[in-house]
Ligand binder design. Structure first.
Ligand code: 5GP
Length: 210
């Protein structure tokens, strides 16, 4: 049974290129914060470590996990499946650990709709401008430029989900963005006042999508 000493769930989502993974890694360095490790059918990238960045599995194994109802949430993102298994998350929360989820808006929606007895705070991270995002997504050769353009189109669709999150934070400066998220988490935990201006965010999203 959940108690007051349980950890809380903290979701960070963002369109590709907003710097979310770096933020999750920074937050996980804090005492008592742990990252939820997802399963994915995506192939590992050169710098990724099995069982640390992801549990890399094939589609058959992933579908077995779906069938056995092991996922707290799962979704298809681009062309691959991604999902969070329930048991490790609940174990961490019951031990008082705060669990960080680096998942997309589909997963965030599913966790929200589960209405678990654990506190949940959701963050959506945005880039400072379309120009900066394009720069972050681009590389010099043409192939990567095409991928960047494709991701920009995806961005315009993904950004519309900002409205379903508790907080939207702009990642202009990594340190400042991290501090803002951490302060909002602390304020939520102690029920303190929150430094958050939703109208400013709405205007920012309008600029990003105009
Ligand atoms: P990447 O392939 O770049 O690591 O991740 C692609 C997208 O999938 C990111 O937006 C990431 O947040 C999302 N993602 C990673 N793990 C999960 C998961 O377990 N569930 C869901 N719904 N999305 C995930």
């Amino acid at each position: 049974m959940p108690t007051e000493n349980d950890g809380i769930m903290i979701v960070l989502s963002s369109p590709s290129g907003a710097g979310k993974t770096t933020l999750v890694n920074l937050l996980s360095k804090k005492n008592n914060f742990e990252i939820s490790i997802s399963h994915t059918t995506r192939r590992p990238r050169a710098n990724e470590i099995e069982n640390q960045d992801y549990y890399f599995v094939d589609e058959n194994k992933f579908k077995r996990l779906i069938k056995n109802q092991e996922f707290l949430e799962y979704a298809k993102v681009f062309d691959n499946y991604y999902g969070t298994t329930r048991t490790p998350v609940i174990d961490k929360l019951n031990k008082g650990k705060n669990v960080l989820f680096d998942i997309d808006w589909q997963g965030a929606d599913q966790i929200k709709n589960k209405r678990l007895d654990y506190k949940l705070i959701t963050f959506f991270i945005l880039p400072p401008s379309k120009e900066v995002l394009f720069e972050r997504l681009s590389n010099r050769d043409m192939k990567d430029k095409l991928i960047a353009e494709e991701r920009m189109k995806q961005f315009e669709r993904d950004v519309l989900h900002w409205i379903n999150y508790d907080y939207v934070v702009i990642n202009e400066n990594l340190e400042k963005c991290y501090t803002k998220i951490f302060n909002l988490i602390q304020a939520e935990i102690i029920n303190g006042s929150k430094d958050y201006d939703k109208d400013f965010i709405r205007q920012h999203v309008e600029k990003l999508t105009s």
